[in-house]
Structures are given as C-alpha cells and as structure tokens.
Design a protein around this ligand. Structure first.
Ligand SMILES: CC(=O)N[C@H]1[C@@H](OP(=O)(O)OP(=O)(O)OC[C@H]2O[C@@H](n3ccc(=O)[nH]c3=O)[C@H](O)[C@@H]2O)O[C@H](CO)[C@@H](O)[C@@H]1O
Ligand SMILES: C=C(OP(=O)(O)O)C(=O)O
Length: 429
C-alpha cells in the first residue's frame, strides 16, 4: 500500500494532457457486450476502474486485448451470461452497467450490488424501474440483483430522479428490445451522448440524447465498430482548479470547453483569467481570488464531482462562500481532512461554508473517496510543507498518472510504500 507525498508551495506552469473520460469509459466497456463482433475503443484512461471492467468482460468470456494509445479491442463472440454476484463488481460503481448490457444481450443477468465512492445513499431504484418497464423480473437476492426476461419490449419510462446511471442502463437494456422505448426526464451528461454515439455506431437507433427525452427504436442485432472516447471533463476541471489554486499559467490540453462551462464560469467569477480554444484552456489566476457560492446540479449545472476540489480552492478566496451539493448532500468526507490542514469550514444544514483566505498547512490526511482525494492533493499543492495522503486506491480509480501529470507542471509529488504501522493505522482510521 502506498501514500502520496506532496511538497507544497510550488507554482504550476506548463501543459497537461487530459485523458479519456472515466464516466464514459466505464459505460462504453460494458456496452461492447451488446455487439456481435469486435468493438474497438480508442483513448481509454489508464485507471483502475477500466482495468476492473476489462477483467469483468474477460470473466464473462470476452476476448479483451490492448493496443497502443490505450486502445482496447473487445470481441464479445464467446461471452455468456455468467453470474457476477461478488468479486470485482463490488470494487466500483459502474459494474451496474453489466445489468443493462447483459439483460439487453442475454435476457438475463446476475450482478452484485455495486461499490464506488461512498457519497451517502446511492439507490438504483430508477434503474430497476426501467428494467421492469421493459419486461424484466428483478429481484434482490442476498445482495445481488437477479434480472430475467422472456423478451424485452420497448416502454415509456419516466425517471423520477434525473440519473446518469439509470439513463445509460436503460439505454443499454432497450437498444435491442422489441419496439420503441422513450426515456423521459433523462440525464443529459456528455458521457451519455458518448455512450449513445458508440451504440449508434454499433447499429442502434437512438434519438434525443442530450435532451431530456430519449427515443430508442429497438434493433435485432448490433455489430462491432470503432469509437474514440471523449476527454474527461472532471479530470480537466480538477486540473483547472489546481491551476487556479497553485498555478501561474497552465494549459489544459485535450478538452471540450463547452463541457466545462459551469466550472469555468465560477472560476472566472472568482477572478481567474481563462482563455479557451477548440481543445485547450489556458488558466491564469490573478490574486486575490474572490469567494463565490456554488450549487451542484445535474448537467449542464455545476458537477457534484468537482464540488470537493472546488471547496479546497475556496479556502484561498477572500470572504465567505457557500457550497451546496444538491446531488449528494453527504459528499463531505473531505471537510475534516481540510480542517486538519487549517481550513476554516462550517457545515450548516445542507451547506458547506468556507471562510478565507487561509494558508493551508501540510498534514497527514486520508482520501476516503475519489474526489476527496483530488481535493486533498490540491490542498497539498497549496499548503506550507509536506502533506501525506493515504487512500490512493480511490484516486487511482479515476485519475491517470496524477503524480506524473502534476510533476510535469512543476509540482513535487511522489508515492512511497507505507510502513506496516502506517497500514494498520490507516485500516483502523
Ligand atoms: C460512474 C458514473 O458515471 N458516476 C457518476 C454518476 O453516478 P450515478 O450514475 O450513480 O449517479 P446518478 O446520476 O444516478 O445520481 C444522481 C442522484 O440520483 C439519485 N438516484 C440515482 C439513481 C436511482 O436509481 N435513484 C436515485 O435516487 C442519487 O442518489 C443521486 O442523488 O453520476 C453522478 C452524478 O453526476 C456522479 O457523481 C458520478 O461520478
Ligand atoms: C463518484 C464518482 O465515481 P463513481 O460513481 O464511480 O463512484 C466520481 O467519479 O466522482
């Protein structure tokens, strides 16, 4: 087990390249199950969630091979509806996409309830509502979801909650169902459009992605294809926040600026100078920064996945800012750790109130989820002295080569093996 050490106080400068989007990748890989022949996906991020899903595709008989530039070839010809009640499915959230994809392909699936970041309750009732509307019988037996259908038939499904996962999962189950499916109150995240683009390249008939009504006309079979993943807007947002927190002039390369409008608007409001071109952002903070209020919302609103890193940045801003996460109100595990580093943060009702500016001080802190990890790394860059971060398995789920990328910008960040005593302390904390 390793910890990350960040020597704070260095100024970031230069260019960082953004990897393929985690939240697309984790749906594109299971989507390949639906094809009859080889699917090739280019530009996947080199993160542990992708490795885990590749392993799961192999467990069900998929032939998975990797080429240069993070290109994967998935041949689904020998896949079977192997039950996956335990094991790797528990390591991440997105294993739930095996439910929709295997149900769509085989009319049956057994998938353990997913893991992923603890952000408070993360029900999957809307996924199940969609599968049932399509004609599946769904039961929960000892922590695994059993899905069976004689035949899937298109249906009109209104989502009670706007959900990324439910929208994608229902699309996966519906693309081969008989007849027409309409998903109302669908989520509009760019990753959903990316998955629909892959499915369309495989021969699916999908209209309306990116709006809140998606219409799918079922087709009897889907074929292989080649697809290039979109860049990760959350990774890009994380580096934009790091640049605002500890940078001089940082270029963020391989981005779709429109995917980042809400975060860029808030950074500009704080006083950060941002120039955007087709595929790049230039981030140049001008001190002093001003506090702003943030409310996370479904896309195109401010993303919940950047709430925690943004909280860290706010410790540097003048006055008081209020951060409200309307998607995951319990996504607060970074707060105590930031307080250990000298941050002045109050939690009142559903809101986080950050007062600043405060000079953060290095400390030993624990990343208890992926974006808490990113928040603490940024805090380490801003802090005086040394910050030691444990819980790197969370960070590795979603950030490719974070230490290398930060060091290429002039940071001083490295990983070290933890001593036995440190491992015991970590496990008991
Ligand atoms: C792998 C992946 O893509 N993860 C992202 C996805 O998670 P995920 O797809 O799990 O998140 P959802 O969009 O489904 O969740 C949004 C809200 O709906 C609620 N809900 C969701 C499903 C359901 O059946 N019932 C229900 O009540 C959730 O508790 C949450 O409050 O979107 C989240 C919100 O943008 C991001 O933080 C995650 O990074
Ligand atoms: C919460 C996240 O991921 P997951 O849904 O995979 O847990 C995230 O990417 O911030």
């Amino acid at each position: 087990m390793q910890k990350m050490i960040v020597e704070g106080g260095r100024t970031l400068n230069g260019k960082v390249r953004i990897s393929g989007a985690k939240n697309s990748a984790v749906a594109l890989l299971p989507a390949a199950i639906l094809a009859d022949s080889q699917v090739t996906i280019e530009g996947l991020p080199n993160i542990s969630d992708v490795d885990t899903l590749g392993g799961l595709l192999e467990e069900i008989g998929g032939d998975v091979s990797w080429g240069p530039d993070q290109t994967v070839h998935i041949n689904p010809a020998n896949m079977i509806s192997m039950p996956l009640p335990n094991g790797k499915v528990k390591k991440l959230r997105a294993s739930y996409y095996f439910m929709g994809a295997m149900l769509g392909k085989f009319n049956k699936a057994v998938i353990g309830l997913p893991g992923g970041c603890f952000l408070g309750p993360r029900p999957i009732d809307q996924h199940i509502k969609g599968f049932e509307a399509l004609g599946a019988e769904v039961t929960n037996e000892q922590g695994a979801i059993y899905l069976r259908a004689n035949e899937l038939r298109g249906a009109r499904i209104y989502l009670d909650v706007v959900s990324v996962g439910a929208t994608i999962n229902i699309m996966l189950a519906a693309v081969k169902a008989k007849g027409k499916t309409i998903i109302e109150n669908a989520a509009k995240e760019p990753e959903i459009i990316d998955v629909a683009t892959l499915l369309t390249n495989m021969g699916a008939k999908i209209k309306g992605v990116g709006t809140d009504v998606i219409r799918i006309e079922g087709v009897p079979s889907l074929h292989g294809c080649r697809h290039t993943i979109i860049p990760d807007r959350i990774e890009a947002g994380t580096y934009a926040i790091a640049a605002a927190a500890a940078g001089n002039e940082v270029v963020i390369d391989n981005v779709i600026p429109q995917h980042l409008e809400s975060i860029l608007a808030k950074l500009r409001e704080m006083g950060v100078t941002i120039e955007d071109s087709d595929e790049q952002l230039l981030i140049a903070p001008r001190n002093p920064l001003k506090s702003v209020d943030i409310k996370t919302l479904v896309y195109p609103g401010f993303p919940t996945d950047l709430q925690q890193p943004f909280t860290t940045l706010m410790t540097k801003a003048h006055n008081t800012g209020i951060i409200t996460d309307t998607i995951y109100s319990a996504r607060l595990k970074h707060i105590d750790e930031l307080r250990r580093m000298n941050a002045i943060i109050k939690v009142e009702g559903g809101s986080v109130i950050v007062s600043g500016p405060t000079q953060l001080e290095g400390a030993r802190v624990k990343a208890s989820d992926l974006r808490a990890g990113a928040a603490l790394v940024i805090a380490g860059l801003m802090a005086n002295g040394i910050t030691e971060i444990t819980g790197l398995d969370h960070i590795d789920r979603g950030y490719e080569n974070m230490t290398e990328k930060l060091n290429s910008l002039g940071a001083k960040v490295w990983r070290e093996d933890m001593s036995e005593e440190e491992i015991i302390q970590y496990q008991n904390s």
